[in-house]
Design a protein around this ligand. Sequence first.
Ligand code: FAD
Length: 816
Amino acid sequence: MNKEKKILIVGGVAGGASAAARLRRLDEFAEITIIERGPDVSFANCGLPYHIGGEIQDRSKLAVQTPASLEQQLALKVRTETEATGIDRDKKTLEVRGADGATEHLPYDKLILSPGASPLKPPLPGIDLPGIHTLRNLQDMDRIKSAAAGAKRVLVIGAGFIGLEMAEQLIDLGKSVHLVELADQVLPQMDPEMTKIVEQELINRGVDLILGDGIQGFKQAESGLEAELNSGRKLAGDLVILSIGVRPESGLAKAAGLELGDRGHIKVNANLQTSDPDIYAVGDVCEGVDPILGGPAAIPLGGPANRQGRSAADHIVNGDKARPYPGSIGTAIVRVFDVATGVTGHSEKRLKQLGIDYEKTIVTDFNHASYFPGATHLTVKVLWEKESGRLLGGQVNGYDGVDKRLDVLATAIRGKLGIEDLSHLELAYAPPFGAAKDPINTAGFSGSNLRDGLTRPIYDLNDAPDVQLIDARPAQMVQLKPIPHAINIPYPELRARLGELDKSRPVVAVCALGKMSYFASRILKQHGFDVRTHVGGWKLAAPVSKPESANPPQRSNHNEMTRNPTHSSGQPVTKLDATGMACPGPIMRVRDAAAELPEGGILEVSASDAGFMTDFPAFCKANAYECLGVESEKGIVTGRLRKVAGCTVASASGPAGPAPKGTTAVVFSGELDRAMAAFVIANGAIAMGGKATLFFTFWGLNVLRKNPAPPVAGKDFMDKMFGFMLPTGPDKLPLSNMHMAGMGTAMMKQRMAAKNLPNLPGLMKSAIEGGVRLVACTMSMEAMGIKKEELIDGVELGGVAEYLGAASETHANLFI
Ligand code: FAD
C-alpha cells in the first residue's frame, strides 16, 4: 500500500461515491478527496420523481450519505460546491474553484472522473423561460415539487424512463398531464410492440399521450406557458418538465486532450482507464465496449455507474490483479402505474441498424400458476444470433414478475447462453411465484421450435396478403373480438374440419396471444399444409385504444375492495375469482354467477384478462345489470354489478330473474340455409336473455345426424336405405336454392368463410353451449328409421306435447 497515494474524484454521486467507498475499504491510508459541484453527495437520483409525486414522503431518505457521514465513516475529504475546472496532465494537478470563486490546483496520483451527464436542453425559442424544468438533482426536485403544487396542467416532454416516471407521479398528484414524444412510441430504445402496454396504461390513466410530434418552442401565455408542436398543435401548461435525454459532461476531459467517442463520451478500457492511464472515467460520462457484439457502448444507468466506480477503485489499488469491468449490457426497467416494462441487451431495432442476422420470438404466459389467484399476463420477447442461437437481447412487459424475468434474461445474456438454454433453466416455482414452465422456459421452447423448424414464423400479417387466415380461438372469443378476414376454426375442431381448407393455398394460423395458433399450425403442418404461425398473436399489433369510461381507473383501491364483505349500500357482495382464465371464460362465469344473485344482490368479479375491462360493462349493458364500476390494479380487473328488476340473463344451468321470453321453432327443412336461420334465431333469443327450443322433424332431423354415421344394430332394409340416401349432419346439407349438384353449396360455404360469417357447426355448438334445447321428433325418427345413437350429443327426444309445452312459454313460434 502507498500511504502517500492521492486520489481525486470528480463527482460525488453514483460512480464517484461508489469508487470512494471501495477505495477506502481497499486502502486505509490513501488520501481520497471528492470534488462535487453541488451541495450534496451520494443522493438517490433515481428516487427524485417519487418524492415529487409523494410516494417517497421523507426527503431525507434520498440523501443516502451526507458529506459529514462520508467524512466520518470513510475518512474521506469531501469538498462540495467545488467545481473541477481543468486538468494539467503533465503536472498531475486538478484545478478546482470553490464557492467563494477561489481557484486551487490539487495534486493527484490517480484521478477518477464521474461527472455524469446533464439533461439535454435544445436551443429552442423560449427554452429558458421560468416554468421549464429539467430533473437531475435534489435542487431540481425541490423546484419542480413546489411548482407542481400550484400547477394544474403539466407538459412532460420526452417519454423515456424519466418522462414516464414523472407522468405517472404527476397524474397521481391529480394534475392534467400532456406527454409529448417525438418518436412514434414511448421508450424509443425498446421495440414498439413491447411498449404498447405502457401507452395503453398511460391513456387509461388519463395522460394525454402525443406521439410522433416534437416541440418547436415555448412562449409565455396569459396564464402559464404555451408550447407549440411540430404539427402546429398548441399546448398550455403551468409547468414543463423536459426529459428528452442526457449529454455526457465530458468538457473537462476534452479540454485535457483525453480521447472521446463519436457521441462525446470519454473512451475507457476494461479497467476504466482513459487514454491517460492515471485518469479513470466511470458512469454516464464513459464509453466502453459492448460485451455482446463489440463496438462502443455508453449506458447512462445507475447500476453500471456504481459497479464501474468499484472496478476503477479495484484497479487503482490492485493494478493488473484486479478483475476487469465486463462491460454494460443496458438492463433497464420502468413502472408506469400498474404495468412494468424493461429491456436488456439489444433491441430488435438496434440489431437491424447494426445489420445483425438475428431471430426472435415473443410469448405471452401467466406470471404464476394460472389457477392461483391473481395470475396476470407477462409478455417476453427474446432475440438471438441466427446462426449460433446466442442471446442478444430481451424485453419483458406485464403487471407482476417483469423484473424477475428481465433479470433472468440479463443473467443469461451475461452468461453467453443460447435461446435453447432458456428451455431448461430451473427457476423458482411454487404456485404463488411461478409456473412449472416459467414464461422464460416457454420463450426457450418457442425459440427452439423455430430453430428446429417445427414452426415457420410470420410476424406481420401484412407480409402474407394472399393466404388462408385461420383464427384458432374458440368461437365465443372470436365473437367478442374478431380478427378481420380470418376464418374461425377453433384448434380442437381443426382435425375434423380440414376439408374446409384449400390445401393448395398457404395458411397462416393466428390467435390473440400466439399459443392456439401454434397448436393449430402443428396440426396443419402434419397434415401437409404450407403453414406459418403468427408469432406473438394479434394483441401485440392491436392499436392502442381510448378507454370507454370517462373516469380513469384509480390505483390502490383493489385491496380495500376485496377486504370489504359488504357494499356501502349494506348489500352483501358475492365474490367471484375469474383470474387466470382466458376470454370468454370470465364473462361466462359472470353470466352464471349473476344469474344466481337475488334481486339487489351485488357481484364483484376479478379477472386477469385485459379485455374484461371493456367486456364487463358491455355485458352489464346487454343484460340490464347495473354496472357499479370496473377498475384495474396490477393487471387484475375488478368489476361490480348489481342485479336490478328487469335483468333477463339466465345461467347455462337454468333460468334466473324474471320469466324470460324466447322462441320456439319447428325445423322441418334439412337444407343448409334454413337450418342456419333456425340456429341464428335461437342463439339470438338466448343472447337476449330468453329461452329457445328447436323441434326437429322429418328432413330437419338430418341437421342433427352424426357424421360419419355410426353403425346401428336393428335396422331393416328400408331404414338402411333411408340412412344411406339422407345427408348426415350439417356439413352435408344442400342449399335450398342454387345447390347445383353441390357446387352452389360449396361456393356459399367458401364465401361465408371468407367474410368470417359463422358456419352451421359453429352456430350449433354455440346454441348447445348457450342452452338452446334441441328436440328430435320421435314420430319422425320412427318413420325415417333414425335411432338416437345417430344424433349428436345433447339432443332430447320428444313428441308434439313437448313442443307445444315449450311454445306456450315463449312469444314467437316459427316454422322453418
Ligand atoms: P451522477 O450520479 O449524475 O453524478 C455526477 C455528479 O458530478 C453530479 O452530482 C455533478 O454535480 C458532479 N459534477 C459534474 N461535473 C463536475 C465538475 N466539473 N466538478 C465537480 N462536480 C461535477 N438509472 C437507473 O439505472 N435506474 C433508474 O431508475 C434511474 N432513474 C433516474 C432518475 C432520474 C431523475 C435521474 C436524473 C437519473 C436516473 N437514473 C437511473 C440514471 C442514474 O442516476 C445515472 O446513470 C447515474 O447517477 C450516473 O452516475 P454518475 O456518477 O455518472 O453521475
